[in-house]
Design a binder for this molecule. Sequence first.
Ligand code: SF4
Length: 292
Amino acid sequence: MPYTQHSRSFQENRYVYPVLSRRSKGISVGINLNPDKVCNFNCIYCQVERNQEKGTDLFSLDGKINLSPFPGDIPRISRELKETLDLVKTGRIFSLPPFDKIPAKLRHLSDIAISGDGEPTMVPCFYKVIEEILKVREGCYGDIKVVLITNASGLNRPKVQDALDILYQNNGEVWAKLDAGSDACYRRTSRTRIPFGDIVRNLIATAQRHPIVIQSCFNRINNQPPQGEEIEHYCQLLKRLTVRGGRVRLVQIYTAARPPAEDDVTPLSEDELNFIAGKVQEIASLPSETYP
Ligand code: SF4
């Protein structure tokens, strides 16, 4: 089963799906908190197939945005999560295609990942969902890590901060997106109305409170790799995060592994990713991993 196969559909489930994850080196049970495929970013490399036209602002379409899950959906999330964790725990999942192709050394649960076809912290009942996920994990896989994958835009919300507190008390961690070091590059890559300054402030404040992982996606655009100056700005920003007392456990540097939103976005080579990782070490003195 290749890492490029990353479907968020599994059986009859609406929210929960298992995948073979390259960054967690095993099975990651994902919880898609945005099954309606609405995001407040519109990243050029996004691999979510949206119903909307490419390049449109996803929050401005005729006001009919349906941000499920609603509180009434929480029992369903809970049931789907229990059933999927049980499939992995008993090993039954490895008799089902395409999981039957996974090599023996990767046949283990690495984490539960809260992510989705949009930004999970935008969900109104985010705190309640986190509480429920932790409850299910306790009864099924008590010690497994729970990761929140976020674009950092909602990390300043009080209820999200409360949710992060209980997450960190229970072997949880935030993996937050940072794909740029300058406002211009951020706007070109993320295509959102949310100011870059807000994202940076949220990252610093969260990292001051809890150690975080930074996830950065770099690509070739119109056949051009990221400019040296932009990489410098990005590394300086990482450094600023730590100088301001933020804790960054790891920087994950990756590139589009599946067909992205825009055709002129293509993956970087392993050498190009390693070059960025070297700069992260040299300028920001932070550990990093690359995922070609
Ligand atoms: S934040 Fe994530 S889901 Fe949203 S557009 Fe960017 S890559 Fe896609």
